[in-house]
Write a protein that binds this ligand. Structure first.
Ligand SMILES: NC(=O)c1ccc[n+]([C@@H]2O[C@H](COP(=O)([O-])OP(=O)(O)OC[C@H]3O[C@@H](n4cnc5c(N)ncnc54)[C@H](OP(=O)(O)O)[C@@H]3O)[C@@H](O)[C@H]2O)c1
Length: 286
């Protein structure tokens, strides 16, 4: 059997881009999803679509059959991702997987008790070769997910981010770094912080999107208390509310504005600018 690259989160924002890149470059790919039948049509027919569910560990071994390398992404907002991924990492070691490229988040190395850092440490302790990818906030959050829903419903975006800047990163750059780490030598044992090449406030972000779509979108800064109230009303689980609140505290403290050289050093070109992202995705906001 040919050696496969298993992409976990293959229907997600980074994973779907990564599958596309791998297939375009002739790699053998297994795309992991909870619903292989429903999602099969999303992939080229050369992709082996396999069932994989963190809540059903019995799906891990069949998904790992014949797999040489793994792109390991966990569920967004899962506060137990280090625990649910542990049996997968152990099995990967037993089944002779050669390299795990994991997707965590920018700054995880600053808190050894944070679950995504624990996940990285579990991968390191397994003895399997690894590369950690630590992205900042995705640009694509503005054209999918809850922020996009709010923009489309109200032409406004309410966040407790004040005028703080974030070095947003395009998921296409994250996927390109993941592709390089999985298919080229020299990335084992490395940790890459993945950011854009500029830091922007949400005022600047909505201005760029507004210019691209010839329509006015407004950013409305709100207090932490107001944001918390909105999340409570939306019945968002308590631990997630705490995580979001903590995240935006970091944003307001300027901790998410750092610009990392890592995308350029891996890819040999600068990261995608927000202007280009907005142009490429303009149809999303029409
Ligand atoms: N969004 C950001 O700005 C950001 C920033 C830094 C880091 N991250 C991290 O990047 C990762 C991806 O985030 P995202 O927001 O872009 O999500 P996403 O990858 O677009 O979507 C979620 C993915 O998780 C999969 N999934 C959901 N439940 C699953 C389960 N029980 N078992 C296996 N797979 C499951 C879904 O696959 P199926 O539905 O096909 O099963 C889907 O592919 C997350 O770990 C997040 O913490 C995100």
């Amino acid at each position: 059997m040919s050696k496969q690259i298993l992409v976990i989160g293959a229907t997600g924002r980074v994973g779907s881009e990564l599958v596309r890149l791998l297939i375009e470059n002739g790699e053998s790919v297994s795309a992991a999803t909870r619903n292989p039948v429903t999602n099969a049509s999303k992939f080229f027919n050369t992709v082996d679509v396999v069932e994989f569910d963190y809540d059903r560990p019995e799906t891990f071994a069949p998904a790992l059959n014949g797999v040489e390398k793994i792109f390991l992404s966990v569920r967004p907002g899962d506060n137990h991702s280090d625990i649910v991924s542990m049996p997968l990492i152990e099995l990967a070691k037993q089944m002779n997987v050669q390299h795990i490229v994991d997707l965590t988040a920018m700054g995880v190395e600053q808190d050894e008790s944070f679950m995504l850092r624990k996940l990285e440490k579990n991968v390191e302790a397994s003895g399997v070769e690894f590369t950690h990818l630590r992205p900042n906030w995705f640009m694509q959050n503005f054209n999918s997910g809850p922020m996009y829903t709010e923009i489309m419903a109200t032409k406004e975006l309410h966040l407790p981010a004040a005028d703080a800047e974030i070095s947003f990163v395009d998921v296409r750059d994250i996927a390109a770094v993941a592709f390089t780490a999985l298919t080229h030598f020299g990335h084992s044992g490395k940790a890459y912080t993945l950011t854009g090449q500029e830091s922007l406030s949400h005022f600047q972000v909505v201005d760029i999107i507004s210019q691209v779509i010839f329509d006015k979108i407004s950013y409305v800064p709100v207090t932490e208390e107001a944001a918390r109230e909105t999340m409570i009303n939306r019945k968002i689980p308590h631990d997630l509310i705490e995580r979001w609140t903590d995240f935006y505290r970091k944003v307001r403290a300027g901790l998410c504005s750092t610009i990392s050289p890592d995308i350029e050093s891996v890819l040999g070109r600068p990261p995608i600018l927000f202007d280009r992202y907005a142009g490429d995705y303009a149809a999303s906001w029409q």
